[in-house]
Ligand binder design. Structure first.
Ligand SMILES: [Zn+2]
Length: 303
């Protein structure tokens, strides 16, 4: 009996070789994944992201152009851990592309390649917040996880396109080497933040904190995905003052009113950090992202 999962890779290869040296069509849910796929895939891949780096990846509106991208994709890279739960399943259904359905070789969920922080134990209820039910999905913000992600992407590209597997592996090694070198510089530059208490708007930065040794002690959002109330803000204000918390970090796509209020009443420095490749002009690679974050944290402190 021929099983479907046995013939799928063969079908895929047929599509690939029929188009000669056509590049593998890689579609990603975020620009961070796109940047890593481009770095590892080089000239052998054509990469498109479904969302721009300026948007909150928890939320996206499915558009016909996105369905077309998924329809044509050979490989779909997703953040997973429920990051795209609100918008990707209907898109996958509408695109009707068996290659990139979960469980098939053309579907790679990168949350399986990294240690996920903030996993909740016991039964998960919506009372804990609207998002992050499967642990914290913002893991690309630890540069060390970028290595795990790039390794997994290279391995999958090599599986789908064995002819260039050695090249994907070589490109991954080069990425890993550069990243490890840069990480030492970034960590040294931010070494003064070690052990410092920091407030974040959303629980997105626990991975960044882990990589650089500062502590996220509270969030502006009372629960992930829940906007602050007057009462939660005044409780946070009291804590910032009592614990002498010097930094508030947040993504550019959240409202700034709460941060401004806290800044006016406590003097807390507010750093609006690019959270993704593409969040700002000039952030085109995974390295650019951390260069920009490090500079932003330094500048905030000096102001
Ligand atoms: Zn989140």
């Amino acid at each position: 009996m021929i099983r479907l999962h046995n013939i799928l890779p063969a079908l895929f290869l047929l599509t690939f070789s029929a188009t000669g040296h056509a590049a593998l069509r890689v579609v990603t849910t975020t620009q961070d994944l796109a940047a890593l796929a481009e770095t590892v895939g080089g000239e052998y891949v054509k990469v498109q992201s479904l969302t721009p780096g300026t948007s909150d990846p928890h939320f996206a509106v499915a558009k016909p152009s996105m369905i077309r991208k998924v329809f044509r994709a050979d490989l779909l890279l997703v953040i997973g851990a429920d990051m795209e739960i609100g918008w990707l399943p209907p898109l996958l259904q509408a695109a009707r592309n068996i290659r990139v359905q979960p469980g098939n070789p053309g579907h790679l969920d990168l949350s399986g390649a990294v240690p996920i922080l903030g996993k909740l134990s016991g039964s998960v209820s919506r009372a804990l917040g609207d998002v992050h039910a499967k642990g914290n999905p913002h893991y690309w913000l630890d540069p060390r996880n970028g290595v795990h992600m790039a390794r997994a992407i290279a391995a999958r590209l090599g599986k789908l396109d064995p002819e260039h597997a050695a090249e994907y592996e070589r490109r991954f090694r080069a990425f890993e080497q550069t990243l490890n070198d840069k990480l030492l510089v970034w960590q040294a530059t931010l070494s003064h933040l070690k052990g410092k208490p920091v407030v974040a708007y959303h629980t997105s930065f626990i991975y960044l904190a882990d990589a650089f040794g500062f502590r996220i002690v509270d969030e502006v959002e009372p629960k992930p995905g829940i906007a602050p109330s007057a009462a939660s803000l005044s409780a946070l204000l009291a804590r910032i003052t009592a614990d002498r918390i010097g930094f508030l970090i947040m993504e550019p796509y959240y409202e700034r009113r709460s941060a401004r209020y806290l800044n006016e009443h406590t003097g807390i420095h507010v750093a609006v950090l690019p959270q993704s490749v593409g969040a700002r002009k000039g952030i085109d690679s995974y390295f650019d992202l951390f260069d920009a974050i490090v500079i932003e944290l330094l500048n905030t402190e000096e102001n």
